[in-house]
Design a protein around this ligand. Structure first.
Ligand SMILES: *Cc1c(COP(=O)(O)O)cnc(C)c1O
Length: 422
């Protein structure tokens, strides 16, 4: 591990991915360690959105659905994201939000499980620590369709699939990288365990797409959803994406059978006829302005492809997270590392827990311009986006954290006030 800021600067000078940060507006005086929650603003976005507003909408008006290719944007941006997650062309579309896509994907997966004549499989299995919206969506769907959502600890999943749930599990629903700890699942092993139990594997890539290499085909996923505004830098509330393995994609109706998922929306027929393949996952008219911004964000990640792509980004991300975890642990302030030390199990974030003071410590850091976030009850979360961050940033962030703790800066009253968004 490096022991000085000069060494960190030397690593930055030698970093072949360093130029990628020039694609972004990074505000002065801010060390942004929250790209896992809301990615930074690409320089291209404002001009592109302005072009869509002023030219394509303002001048082109309704004609732009054809002339500016608006109607194909869900597929066009989807094909770009596919390159980052090991999906093929025409297999992934951008639509709706992650929560809504998960509802559609789970519902489709349940239909397939029943179509395979397995009416006794009534369990959706997930982990207790999954992101709440995923659990809420699964609860609602399970209640509506007569299934049970069973929650387990991460390490119990394979045993349950091999044992008590072997004949009963319809779906395994997991988030690849845990939002609170950064722990990354072995997608191949767990998909295989699901299949061996006769279940399907549905993966949420919210903290994976653009952050860690994903290979949906190689690793046996059946369905996947993911988020546009985190590591894909699509902007606040950016549309999300959804993928189905081609062997499933034409075998279901998803429940939100809107006209954009119809085989021929402009025939205006009264009966629904789902489009072949993944397009049936579309529901209503896409949010064009948001999707234009998302495309700019996705392009910032694609810019790494000629430089080694997700593999190169992953190597840098691991070096950054390893360095931050090591520097903070060496300070010895009683912060407990809750992210895995094993590189293979760690996503692109580092989290520390500290009973009682995690919230005010994070507020004190934010007041210094070091922006991470807090996840109840006691976790400080630091996301490391290799597109924008360097080794000196890691060094400086660890030093700010040290100063906040040594000086007990976090004790100030103003850092104790809970805000609506943490
Ligand atoms: C961020 C995130 C979401 C976000 O869902 P929205 O519908 O965009 O609010 C969902 N699931 C997981 C696992 C996430 O990390």
């Amino acid at each position: 591990m490096i022991t000085s800021r000069l060494q960190a600067q030397a690593l930055d000078a030698a970093d072949p991915l360093r130029t990628l940060r020039d694609q972004f507006h990074l505000p002065e005086g801010v060390l942004y360690l929250d790209g896992n929650s809301l990615g930074v603003l690409p320089k291209a976005t404002a001009a592109r959105v302005q072009q869509v507003v002023q030219q394509e909408w303002g001048q082109g008006l309704i004609r732009s659905w054809n002339s500016a290719g608006w109607i194909d944007l869900p597929q066009r941006v989807g094909n770009k994201i596919a390159l980052l997650v090991g999906a093929g062309p025409g297999e992934l579309v951008v639509a709706d939000s992650t929560s809504v896509n998960l509802f559609k994907a789970l519902s489709a997966a349940l239909s397939i499980s029943r179509a395979d004549a397995q009416p006794d499989r009534r369990v959706i299995l997930s982990e207790r620590s999954n992101f709440p919206t995923d659990l809420y969506i699964a609860q609602a769907l399970a209640a509506e369709r007569g299934y049970a959502l069973q929650l387990a600890d991460t390490d119990e999943l394979p045993g349950l699939l091999m044992g008590p749930l072997k004949q009963r599990c319809a779906l395994l629903m997991l988030t690849h990288v845990n939002y609170r700890t950064g722990r990354m699942h072995d997608m191949a092993a767990l998909s295989r365990a699901a299949h061996d139990a006769g279940a399907l594997a549905v993966w949420d890539l919210a903290h994976s797409a653009g952050a860690v290499p994903v290979d949906l085909h190689r690793d046996g996923a059946d369905f996947a959803v993911g988020c546009g505004y985190k590591y894909l830098n699509g902007g606040p509330g950016a549309p999300a994406f959804v993928w189905a393995h081609p062997r499933h994609a034409s075998r279901f109706w998803q429940p939100l059978a809107g006209w954009m998922g119809h085989d021929a929306p402009f025939e205006f027929t009264p009966e629904y006829r789902p489009a072949p393949g993944i397009n049936r996952f579309l529901c209503g008219t896409p949010a064009l302005l948001s999707m234009a911004a998302l495309e700019c964000g996705v392009d910032t990640v694609l810019a790494a492809l000629p430089m080694g792509g997700m593999g190169a980004l992953r190597q840098k991300s691991l070096a950054l997270t390893r360095l931050f975890a090591g520097l903070v642990q060496a300070q010895g302030h009683g912060l407990r590392l809750v992210s895995p030390e094993d590189d293979a199990q760690r996503g692109s974030q580092v989290c520390f827990a500290h009973d009682g003071i995690a919230y005010p410590v994070m507020q004190a850091l934010i007041a210094r311009g070091v922006i991470g976030d807090f996840r109840a009850p006691d976790v400080m979360r630091f996301g490391f986006t290799p597109l924008t961050l360097g080794y000196t940033d890691v060094w400086d962030a660890a030093e700010h954290l040290r100063q906040v703790l040594v000086g007990e800066e976090w004790r100030q009253d103003r850092f104790m006030q809970r805000q609506a968004v943490t």
